[in-house]
Structure formats: C-alpha cells, structure tokens
Design a protein around this ligand. Sequence first.
Ligand code: UDP
Length: 416
Amino acid sequence: MRIALVSEHASPLAVLGGVDAGGQNVHVAALAIALGAAGHEVVVHTRREDPDLPDEVPMAPNVTVVQVAAGPAARVPKDELLPHMGEFADSLAAHWSRWRPDVVHGHFWMSGLAALDAGTRLDLADGGHLPVAQTFHALGVVKRRQQGANDTSPAERAWLEPDVARRADVVVATCSDEAFELKAMEVPSKRIAVVPCGVDVQHFTPRGPVEPRSGRLRLLTVSRLVPRKGVGNAIEALALLVAAGVDAELVVIGGAGDAGHLEVEPETDRLQQVIAEHGLQDRVVLAGRIGHDDLPAWYRSADVVVCAPWYEPFGIVPLEAMACGRPVVATRVGGLIDTVVEDVTGLHVPPRDPEALATAIRRVLDDPDLGARYGEAGRRRALTRYSWRRVAAETAKVYARLVAAGARAATLTGER
Ligand code: UDP
C-alpha cells in the first residue's frame, strides 16, 4: 500500500524528551519504519521547523519524511499551530495529487483536520474517496477535564476535534479507555479500532550495559517534565519511603535540556522546590534528557520504574520498562490500565496519591523476587503484544479494510 502518515507537530526526526516531543514522535517514527519494513511505501508529512532540512528526507527503507512549509520554519508550540493548518492542508493536497496514497493516517487532531480537508479536495477533484484513519494521541475533552484552565489548547479544539472523529473513516484508539471516550463523543463503535502503541523490543532489552548504581535502591521516572506526568508525586513517594527508613533514590529522566541546564522549564523549578521541601537534594537526580540510545542502560539500572501520570493517553515509557524486564508501578489511568497488568507485570495505584505510590513501590523493593517476576512477565508481554512489527501489522489490517471498503463502494457505484 501507499501510506501517508500526517504528523504536524511531531516529526519522526525530532529529538525526544522536550515539552512537545514525546510519544507521538516515537510512535510515528516506529510505525513508519515497521510499515516500510513490511514492504509498504510510506511518506510522513510533518511541519517544517528547520529551514536547513531538505524537502524530503529518506528515513528508512521505503520511508520518506516530507517537510511541509506551513508557518515559520522554526519551532512553534503545538497549541499555536492551528492558524497554519490551512496552508498545511494545501501542501498535502498538492503532494497527494502528484503521489496519490491508498490511505492516509492523521496523528493528533490538527493533522486529522488537515488530512481530511486535503482528502476532501482530492475527492471533489476526482470523484474518488481517499480513506483517512485518525489517531488522536490525546483527546482535548480529557485534557480539559484534567487540566481545566491550564489547558493551553486553542478554543476551537472543542468543536474541531469531535468533527475530525466523526469525519474520519476510522479512529484508531490506542487503548480501551480512549475507545470509551470516543464512544462518549458519539463515534460509532464500528468506526473505532483499538491498536496499541508499540515498543522497540530489540532495542529495549533486559540484557546489555547497565548505568552504574549508587548503592541505593533506585526508582526511575522517564518523561517530559510537565505537571501531569506526576514526577512531583514520585518525589513525594520517595520522601515517604526515606522517612520509613528505605535507602532509596529517584532518577528523573526528561526535560528540554541536559542535567544542570534544566531551568528553562517551569516544571523543573517546581520539582526543585518539592525536592528542597523534603530535603531530598542528595537523593533525587534530575538527569535531563537522555536519548533512546542510552535509555535501556538506565531502565536496567532501576529497581522499580515509576509511572505516575494523572492521566495518560497511552504511555510508551511503561512498555519500554517492561521490555527491559523491569517491574513497573503505574497509576491506573488511560493506556496504563491496558499495558501494566496488576500483580503480573507490576502494580497499579490511584493517580495523585503519593502514599499509595510509596506503598506499592515498597512492596516491590522489599521483595526482589517479586520484582524479578514482574520484570520477566513484562518482557514477555512486550514481546507478544507490543512489538512494532505486530502493531504495524494490525494497523495495516485496519488500512486494508478501508481500502477494500473503498474498492467495494467504487464497484457498487460503477454497477449502478
Ligand atoms: N523520552 C526520551 N528521553 C527523555 C524523555 C523521554 O527518549 O529524556 C522518550 C521515552 O523514552 C518515550 C517517549 O519519550 O519513548 C515518551 O513517551 P510517552 O508515551 O511515555 O509520553 P508522552 O511524552 O508522549 O506524553
């Protein structure tokens, strides 16, 4: 198949760990590579942020990343990109009239908007139907519920996102929790498919280099430094553990800069305050952004990987930890409900509850055999359920259904 992936703000070529660069970049990159490896011809359209990149960058066998000129060729926060989506759609329509994809897959609501607008223009021009699949990665309705006035999404998201959900040929939800949200938005079940995100099970493995340990029990978080990721709660849980006599430390990976240069993000200041309040300066390491190349060694060095978001559309980090054979203590929210299996690959706790977090972490720290069993089960689960090869194959099946439905509709129209 000829597959166009649209990912307006999250380039598969981007550096990970900054405020706007996270799971979606990983997802789009890995999906594209796995689809390309399966023999599909894949083009990823992303907004040009770097004036020096060529228009088309080959990324992997059968995969090209196209830089779409829409707005300034510089980094623009995703919540300020809506005014440029018309230009983005113009560019998609022009590209697709030269290279017509069999199927389009929008990632994030604004990509869906641009993809559907460009697709409609082509449909009107040639009387066909370009099928559009849509993955939201995050839903505005959930974000508003969770963040209230702190949600910086443009107001238009409230009506444009449900419209994308209703117009797309299929919405690919990444977890069952998202599927429930979509049904509540009146997307019919028959137009919802659930296909999870995946993890690179060849890269994230239990065996390999291990970051040096300090002699203390090590908790690890890996995330963008934004409040909803609950890193503050992990620090508070550490304080409770230390107060109870547990000799533990917390390594916090993530942030827009390297260790020592993290002050650009407001959340870093807040975390530093929480650390100081609890006198944990010598037990919390703000390690800054670490690239994927070096992350497995960090995961392997942890006794427990802590994922404490207040909400989480999917959450690739617990999968990476599981693939590295580490036990995970995770809040029971969003995608983590599906990925982390209670008392099999780790433990679930309620969100925003440092005491419950500390109790669960303690259970794993106190019983290294239990931690090892969770880790082994996590690795098995990552291999069987979440390899990108499997995720890409499931996604390609969804595409193939859309293409076949389009072909059937064309035949019926022709027969009439
Ligand atoms: N990540 C990274 N380096 C960092 C912080 C994060 O490579 O310093 C990666 C992490 O390994 C994962 C992704 O960013 O692959 C985060 O994805 P997730 O779905 O957990 O969260 P999101 O950022 O999408 O909210």
